[in-house]
Design a binder for this molecule. Structure first.
Ligand code: SAH
Length: 376
């Protein structure tokens, strides 16, 4: 962390945003989040190391190597289902420290023809993390290309994204006096950033869909419709056979509630306190994302709770084999796997969603979906 949030908790980005708001008026929560994460100079995902014990939060691949290994094997089975094409591209969106890809590539060696066919594209905006990824993947025996956006390719593509969708900007609406008002970030009397409601009624198009019934004054509805549409359009524009796996924290059904959260040094923080210096995310509405990619011509599998999904991919068997091979690390391996699976924690708060081009079969792990776990 840069620690630039000095006296009063004001960061350089907070000062810039305050000046912008004084000039233009309150900005949407989505615009605020976009600035906090991606401002070219001060954005959190432009520079912060973010992930890992020394960063702000820990993710599944950092908890257990089994997570990335299972995803590597998942990719191999998808490749087999695609008819074992001679060239296949593995794309990872937001690869963090590169840990997931490193573990996935190690597991992929178990299927030599797949390993020979693959090239890897890492899509990353954070230069600090790109450096970490390069260091982590020096021994990778496959071609790796970095870029800050999804690149075209003529090869069939398998996309993986863990905790990527939760970083996309979210807009919020507040139900007030019988109608929905845009929730915005403005300035309090003291000059500090504060949430305000836009009663002008001239909010842009994406107001809450009619099937979301507000129950009371102050209800909050969140939507990532514009960001989801943008990414769905990018996948569709590839025009190659594409399978994707999205894993994130969120909910399977649309709902109400303010889920915007800031995390800094492994602790929750006020989302307005340290713009640019805390990680800002909100829960992923998987039904909304599934609806958007479906509109762009894809089929969806799931969402399935992470615990269920990893169970189906064989996490128990894989962790057991690893424990037998590394008795000295058995406890660590077991506790990592248990944490990913825990019913009240990551196992149920995270979901996996499969997305595939029409013509591809149901993706591995998503067949036999139990009643109640299927996407609407
Ligand atoms: N998948 C990793 C990291 C998750 S954190 C893991 O599981 O450990 C989110 C990641 O997405 C970070 O690497 C961040 O820098 C990256 N990121 C955020 N927004 C992005 C964008 N618009 N384009 C590309 N990468 C982005």
């Amino acid at each position: 962390m840069s620690g630039a949030a000095g006296a009063g908790g004001v960061t350089p980005l907070a000062r810039l945003l305050a000046a912008r708001i004084a000039d233009e008026g309150p900005i949407s929560v989505a615009a605020y989040m976009q600035a906090c994460l991606h401002d070219p100079v001060h954005g959190y995902y432009r520079k912060q190391a973010a992930i890992g014990a020394g960063g702000d939060f820990v993710t599944a691949p950092e908890i257990s190597q089994v997570f990335g290994e299972l995803i590597g094997l998942w990719c191999a089975v998808v490749w087999q289902q695609m008819g074992e094409p001679g060239r296949v591209r593995i794309v990872e969106l937001g690869p963090g420290r590169g840990t997931l890809m490193r573990d996935a590539l190690r597991a992929a060696r178990l299927v030599p023809a797949f390993h020979r066919a693959m090239s890897v594209d890492l899509v990353e905006t954070n230069t600090t993390l790109v450096a970490a990824q390069r260091a982590c993947l020096t021994d990778a025996a496959v071609p790796i290309r970095w870029s800050d956006d999804l690149q075209p390719s003529s090869a069939p593509s398998i996309v993986i994204a863990n905790e990527f969708l939760d970083t996309l900007p979210v807009a919020q609406w507040v139900f007030r006096g019988g109608r929905w008002l845009g929730r915005r970030v403005g300035l309090a009397g003291s000059g500090e950033l504060a949430f305000v409601e836009d009663s002008s009624g001239d909010e842009p198009s994406s107001s809450p869909p009619p099937h979301i019934a507000a129950t009371g004054d102050g209800d909050i509805f969140e939507t990532r419709a514009p960001a989801f549409a943008k990414w769905a359009a990018k996948f569709a524009a590839l025009r190659v056979s594409t399978a994707a796996l999205f894993i994130d924290y969120g909910h399977a059904e649309p709902g109400l509630g303010d889920t915007l959260q800031a995390v800094r040094g492994h602790r929750y923080d006020d989302p307005l306190r340290a713009p640019g210096e805390s990680d800002l995310t909100a829960q992923v509405d998987f039904a909304a994302f599934a609806a958007e990619v479906s509109r762009h011509g894809f089929n969806c599998d799931g969402p399935l709770a992470q615990g269920e999904f990893l169970g189906r991919l064989g996490i128990v068997e894989r962790a057991s084999r690893l424990m037998e091979a590394n008795p000295g690390k058995a406890l660590e391996i077991e506790s990592g796997a248990l944490r990913l699976m825990s019913p009240g924690g990551m196992g149920s708060r995270f979901y996996a969603l499969g997305v595939r081009s029409k013509g591809l079969a149901t993706l591995p792990g998503f067949d036999r979906v139990d009643s109640g776990a299927a996407a609407p």
